[in-house]
Design a protein around this ligand. Structure first.
Ligand code: ADP
Length: 398
């Protein structure tokens, strides 16, 4: 059996999986691990190996030590990257800028190009580069592949990708809609044509990735034609802690009149807004409980979230002209039946009918939740970004 190692490096964390790229979308990976609190006095490595959990708490000064220790632990359990056959290492890279529209085999030049994109994604790409460098050093004999979150949206029509701001300034500063969560939108949307029994090139669909971060995409014949995230992942839908779309004038107001610094506004909109900023919690399970208990802030947050989601669904129906399928995915999309029901309530006139019983079934693989007579089919399709990255990395390394 050959495996792929998938790495997702954040500023203070590394997520990894060792998995069979040909496995079923809901198969358990051989290994899944999380290194957290890198650079803090005590770090945590939590790894699940064939279902068994191993947790280690110790100082992890940097990504290099985090990965090295994780590989040691894997080796002790006979599943280190040198104990099993690893054919490729796939790296999740958040921003591919204008240059990367497809996964890329990593060499020194590619690392430099990803580094050049750092100004567009100062919070994400530096950590992605760190992870790539450390992993290449430790596993020099295995091909490394970068898979970009923006890649699926790189060829969107200019009318959707460009903002109506001064063209010269936009060009000079790389300002355009890049879109994110592309690996997930692509992975999930590819599963829809077989569910419909249609040729992928004939399918018009909307995918709703509703996790802590959230975005939606309009997809025609496998090609993304619009998406809600923008130049950064702050745009679009209301998210766990991010505001989504706001009037940009609010930023000037907060700066000039409220006296907030640019960094404070950044933190406010990225981490203290969204559902959490409105209700105090960002987990939809907690939000639901608060609503049941009569909390009016939670109810208001939920309504703002749903209203914004419906705005995007409506606009993408017009962007696409006709829609064959609407698909929910990610933590909220896969599990929160009330969100699915409210997002599509009262749209019978547009051919959308949710079957309440199907919608209430527990999350268990790809499934239809619309009625048999619904013209637009509605699905829940679990996303698996790690598997998608493993498949792309393996394919490119052949
Ligand atoms: P991320 O964007 O961090 O990858 P996920 O896609 O895993 O996040 O989604 C995490 C979110 O999914 C949680 O914050 C929570 O709001 C929601 N969620 C997870 N499980 C459930 C559940 N059983 N019911 C409702 N919401 C859930």
């Amino acid at each position: 059996m050959t495996y792929a190692l998938v790495l997702n490096s954040g500023s203070s964390s590394i997520k990894f999986q060792l998995l069979d790229p040909s496995a079923d979308a809901n198969a358990e990976p051989l290994v899944s691990g999380l290194v957290e609190q890198i650079g803090e006095p005590v770090g945590v490595i939590a790894i699940k190996i064939r279902g068994e959990k191993v947790t280690v708490e110790e100082p992890i000064p940097n990504h290099s030590v985090g990965l090295e220790r994780s590989f040691e632990i894997l080796h002790e359990h006979g599943v280190g990257p040198h104990d099993v056959d690893v054919s490729a290492v796939g790296h999740r890279v958040v921003h591919g800028g204008k240059v990367f529209s497809a996964p890329e085999i990593i060499n020194d030049q590619v690392v430099e190009m990803i580094r050049d994109i750092i100004p567009l994604a100062p919070l994400h790409n530096p950590a992605n580069v760190d992870g790539i460098e450390v992993a290449r050093e430790m596993l020099p004999d295995i091909p490394h592949v970068a898979v970009f979150d923006t890649g699926f949206f790189a060829d969107m029509p200019p009318a959707a990708a460009l903002y109506a701001i001064n063209a010269e300034v936009a060009l000079e500063n790389g300002i355009r809609r890049y879109g994110f969560h592309g690996t997930s939108h692509e992975f999930v949307s590819q599963q829809v044509p077989p569910l419909l029994g249609k040729d992928p090139k004939d399918v018009h669909q909307i995918t709703l990735h509703l996790g802590n971060g959230a975005s939606c995409a309009a997809i025609r014949g496998g090609q993304a034609v619009d998406t809600s995230m923008g130049m950064t992942p702050l745009a679009g839908l209301v998210m766990g802690t991010r505001s989504g779309d706001i009037d940009p004038g609010i930023i000037f107001h907060l700066y000039r009149t409220a006296g907030l610094s640019i960094d404070e506004i950044d933190v406010l909109l990225n981490r203290k807004s969204g559902v959490k900023g409105l209700s105090g919690v960002n987990d939809f399970r907690a939000l639901h409980e608060m609503i049941e208990d009569g909390d009016t802030d939670a109810w208001s947050a939920y309504n703002i979230y749903i209203h914004q989601l419906r705005r995007y669904i409506g606009s993408y129906m017009i962007v696409l002209g006709h829609v064959d399928a609407i698909t929910f995915t990610a933590g909220v999309g896969e599990n929160a039946k009330f969100v699915r029901e409210d997002a599509l309530a009262g749209l019978e006139m547009y051919g959308i009918r949710i079957d309440k019983e199907r919608n209430a079934l527990p999350n268990d693989g790809a499934r239809e939740i619309s009625t048999d007579d619904s013209k637009v089919k509605v699905f829940v399709v679990p996303t698996n970004e790690e598997l998608a990255i493993a498949q792309k990395a393996t394919e490119l390394s052949k």
